[in-house]
Design a protein around this ligand. Structure first.
Ligand SMILES: [Zn+2]
Length: 402
């Protein structure tokens, strides 16, 4: 199994400069070849694939001296990323048939995008000893050690966060000690009022980190907008704002990790609704709550942890009326479409249903039915969307809260 360990680097000044330079070069290569591919296509209807780009890159390095100063794997990976962006665009185009997909690859900007580069292991160019990480060109970089990094190294992604922290995500092939087998199955109804309600009737409150930090965010935004352009106060205000956002993300990730780990530990089969989060976020009234709840991230965590520990995450179709169906007799009550109706008595069997718990029970029932009908391997992607190979991988990030 592959597992990524995230650590905060403590680079020296020179290392910091080189990391920034590498990120810059990686972005330069990405943009340069995206432009080249576009031009070639527009003028000669030719496509330039990864191998073609790779050959051109070798020539380019002879021309541009400073490209040689940085990690060569970072540049190669930029080309690979570009190739993936193209592939995703075309596969989405086929699938979506005119609907909005991932879109055509765009130029990377110096600000506002993820600032990172990836390097691969070859001949011991990457090593971890105690609290030091050896990276190509950079040499040994110290990091804050919060967990043991175990397994065979595969690659490292170095990211500069908007508050100026340097994070290394170290991907390893590692043996994961599986949780003991259990027989308990569970259905989850993801909501807004409560983060989720289980079929056992457990209610997990929504922490709403964004809302609770809203005041602080507002004051940060105010300070930033009032500070004079290119003043040192502006830099300070900018960093403070970025740190506040990072804090929200960290708090939320921590919550999501703990919750997903516990659910995986306690249950063998976990049934969830296949939420089209992207569609739901379009509903502005709910948008902030939904983004804040970050269900998509939560579901991804459940899925990869299920893989690690031999559990099953069964998604059920979006159009299954989980709230409206009475779990006792199967009657579909259209009145329950009203979101305000939190509890109801079934008109046919007079069973008293709590909205979310009833939905969770139905989700569990439907999930188990799908598994029985379609079988486990097929059921896994019977209703779920096609998972892009990189998608789960990219999100496999453990922050030491196993
Ligand atoms: Zn009923």
């Amino acid at each position: 199994m592959q597992k990524a360990f995230k650590v905060t680097l403590i680079p020296t000044h020179n290392q910091e400069v080189l990391i920034n330079k590498t990120i810059g070069c990686a972005r330069f290569v990405y943009n340069r070849f995206l432009t080249l591919r576009k031009e070639l296509y527009n003028t000669e209807q030719k496509t330039l694939n990864y191998n073609g780009c790779s050959q051109q890159l070798t020539l380019l390095k002879k021309e541009i001296e400073w490209l040689k100063e940085v990690d060569k794997f970072a540049l190669q990976n930029s080309l690979k990323n570009l190739e993936t962006a193209y592939k995703n665009f075309f596969s989405d185009l086929k699938k979506a048939k005119g609907k909005k997909g991932v879109g055509f690859p765009r130029l990377k900007k110096k600000h506002g995008c993820k600032q990172s580069y990836k390097t691969n292991l070859t001949n011991g160019n990457i090593q971890v000893i105690e609290n030091r990480l050896k990276l190509p060109k950079l040499g040994w970089v110290k990091f804050h050690k919060s967990q043991d990094i175990t397994g065979k190294l595969i690659n490292v992604t170095v990211t500069c966060t908007s508050s100026g922290k340097y994070i290394a995500s170290i991907l390893c092939e590692t043996e994961i000690e599986k949780y003991p087998q259990v027989t308990q199955n569970i259905g989850l109804d993801l909501g807004i009022k409560a983060y989720l309600v289980t079929s056992d009737g457990e209610v997990v409150d929504n922490p709403k980190y964004y809302r609770t930090q809203k005041r602080k965010l507002r004051s940060c935004h105010k300070k930033l907008s009032r500070s004079a352009k290119s003043s040192s106060n502006r830099v300070k205000a900018k960093n403070k704002l970025a740190r506040t956002y990072e804090r929200i993300t960290n708090l939320r990730d921590d919550f999501l990790h703990k919750l997903s780990t516990r659910l995986i530990k306690e249950n063998s089969i976990i049934c969830i609704e296949d939420l089209r989060v992207a569609n739901m976020v379009k509903n502005h009234k709910l948008a902030m709550s939904i983004s804040d709840a970050s269900w998509a991230k939560f579901v991804v965590m459940l899925e990869y942890k299920a893989l690690w520990h031999d559990r099953i995450v069964q998604k059920i179709g979006t159009f299954y009326p989980s709230s409206q169906t009475c779990n006792h007799c199967g009657f579909i009550n259209p009145l329950v479409k009203d979101l305000k109706l939190r509890e109801w008595s079934c008109p046919t069997c007079s069973n008293y249903n709590l909205r979310d718990n009833n939905a969770a029970l139905n989700i569990l029932g439907e999930g188990l039915r799908l598994i029985a009908a379609v079988g486990i391997p097929e059921a896994l992607n019977a209703c779920g969307e096609l998972v892009r190979p990189g998608a789960i991988q990219a999100e496999i990030v453990e922050t030491g809260i196993a």
